[in-house]
Design a protein around this ligand. Sequence first.
Ligand SMILES: [Zn+2]
Ligand SMILES: [Zn+2]
Length: 429
Amino acid sequence: MEMMADPAGRDDMDARGWNTFYEGTVQIPGYGKRPDRCRDYTPVGFCEDGHVHLGQSSCQTRFCPSHWRDWTERAVVKIVERLAAYRQVQPMGPQKRLSHVVVSPPQDDRYSARAMYKTRTDAYDALRDAGVRGGSIVTHPFRVNEDGKHLCRTLRQQGEFEENTGDWRILREVTDGFDELEEYITAEPHYHCLAAAEDIDSAAAPDDWIVERIRTFSAFHPRDSEAYEDMARTAYYLLTHGAVGSYLNGDSELVTGTTTTYFGEVHPNAFNPSEELTTALWDRIQREAEAAVGVSVEDEKDGDGGQAECPRDDCEALLRPLEDLDSYLSDVRQYEGWFRSLDFEQQCEIWGLWTWLGDTPPPGRATEPPGEEDGEKRHDLPPGGLDRTPDKPTGAVGDKQRVLTWVRRLGRKRLHQKPGYEPPEDARA
Ligand SMILES: [Zn+2]
Ligand SMILES: [Zn+2]
């Protein structure tokens, strides 16, 4: 992208100061190291042009570049269900009210990672002074700087993004890695609160602190999904750029900071939904929260809501779930129908997928070499009508391309062994 072709040099960054005062230990979700356990690839589907679609099982951690959204989703469900339960037990009227409030500590200080997390406790006090009884807090280490705001504005004006797309979503999408993102943000800790309060008295905040109400959430009713979705949308967006970091505490131990916390009347020590609500109502609230998060996640990810397309370059064919493979291959006994229409390479890929879903261990995972005899028998049976459920394939270790190459090779070998199989024209070229 044009505007990022001239990144500020490292020296520039350090001269600005902020890059060093979190000691490089604070980021936002999705920019850390991927844990080992989520590196395995498993097939998750295929496209109508015969491309195998691979996915990785989620580690559900904040750090993981592939799975931070799963962590976010779960965290939002927790926030929404707790706030909903709390609102439910309040008397009718303004006590059910929930507001989005931002608390900013004095910005003349430079904050270390440790100070950022510790100052959160002072933020609770500032909120109490302003009339907040309790709430859920998301700590934000950064704000979008002038360059970032300018870039987002420009991209919206150019129609690259919808008018209402948040800055953080745009910046994450158009930058490549945290180093590049850093050019558009400034270290400036502040705390977002989904705050239970009848009114916010900003003037009551301590000196040099700013307590500001952004808006009031939709009125709450336990069976009104809009009330849940309203909370979920805000919580989700806030968490996408919440603090992910660690710091040395007073005893020089490395502590991992939490992204979300609760305080006051909403804190788990003060409020336990399963004690305050009937089981039926608490279940209902939890289900509503989960459904609402699903809806807002889809909104956040992609607006079009259409059917998913193949992620392969230059392919726009529709993606199908693995469950559909059986019916797509139902004509395969005569190598007719859909399978016949595929290019040779794609026939190999699909046949390899089918074999993999049988039980051939993928590379890096073979605990013992598959008994050829045994394997042959199972894999050479035509799929139509056979009772094989491709739900628990073994994960493959390695990079994606290597796994796909393996799938294709496996399929090619098995296809050529099949009696009556005629490779299509392009295979003989
Ligand atoms: Zn992961
Ligand atoms: Zn495709």
